[in-house]
Design a protein. Sequence first.
Length: 114
Amino acid sequence: MTISANLIWRSQERGTLLECPLWCARTNSLYWIDVMEPSVQLFNFDSGRSDRWGLPKPPGSISLVSATRLLVAMRAALAYLGLASGQLEPVAWHGPALGKDRFNDGVTDRQGNF
């Protein structure tokens, strides 16, 4: 069996440990996180716009709440990230003492449960 793939896009952004690609069909955008340089990043395929939001703690996963807001799971914390403002709104800021561990690989099901 032969498998082939075509590269359709390559980010100009660089990072250290990039994870959790998340597609938003409504905005034709791709989001991802950088664990080692704590941030959420975005590329919009319609406008060609890139964006980056710094985070105070290493992220483990993100989930789309709306076209303007993400849920970010970080080390011992959950917060909403406002994409227009870049502001974090804590949901559970002081979670379990995870040491160097972090929430990882979180997803949202069809009912919106994280």
